[in-house]
Ligand binder design. Sequence first.
Ligand code: HEC
Ligand code: HEC
Length: 162
Amino acid sequence: MRHVSVVIRTFVGIALMAAASSFAASAIPENSMGLSKTSVFATPTPKVYQENPEQPGSSKLLPRAYLGAPPQISHSISDFLPITPQSNMCIACHNQPSQWGQKLEKGMATPIPPSHYTDLRNAPGKVTENLVGARYNCNQCHVPQTNAPALVGNTFSGGRVR
Ligand code: HEC
Ligand code: HEC
């Protein structure tokens, strides 16, 4: 029995060496190393893309990526950035607690929801009158859209969202 297992081991060893040498022989081509379809040594110019030109009041709300996801910004925000400690244009239009639960007319800004007036760390469940500091920098979570194609195709589906 012993010499049989030696024979098997030798055979496995030869097979592994053969596999290793054939791996080394088929080097990965330069243009398959990254997400780019060109050689990793090329410096391709990205396709030109445009930011969403729609202005608030005339843009169409976008689907949410999944339930609970921050809604994507449906309008241009180029006139409203940067957000600074002194100025936050987003709040100027969206800070409307009186609109909570009301039916919005077309062109009205979606009110910032109660979750943003709640200090989730120290007093979860208590809606205050003030926007919580952690929600001040809106575009940390909410993002505008461009017409750039997805870099990598995918089949993600967020399920029922709105
Ligand atoms: C001049 C008013 C105005 C300003 C300033 C503004 N928005 Fe809006 N926003 C709107 C309106 C109105 C809508 C509803 C869609 C429409 O009518 O264009 C909207 C829609 C949105 C939505 C989508 C909400 C949903 O229900 O899907 C998000 C998110 C948003 N805005 C975030 C922002 C952020 C972040 C900023 C600041 C960078 C900002 N907005 C600045 C008026 C404004
Ligand atoms: C830390 C991440 C975060 C920040 C910062 C943030 N949001 Fe949100 N926002 C969310 C998430 C997540 C949701 C969806 C869940 C919810 O309603 O709480 C949301 C929902 C919303 C909605 C949709 C409400 C609705 O009824 O459909 C609006 C409008 C909005 N945010 C505006 C803003 C504005 C304006 C700012 C800046 C003043 C801001 N948010 C800052 C994460 C954030």
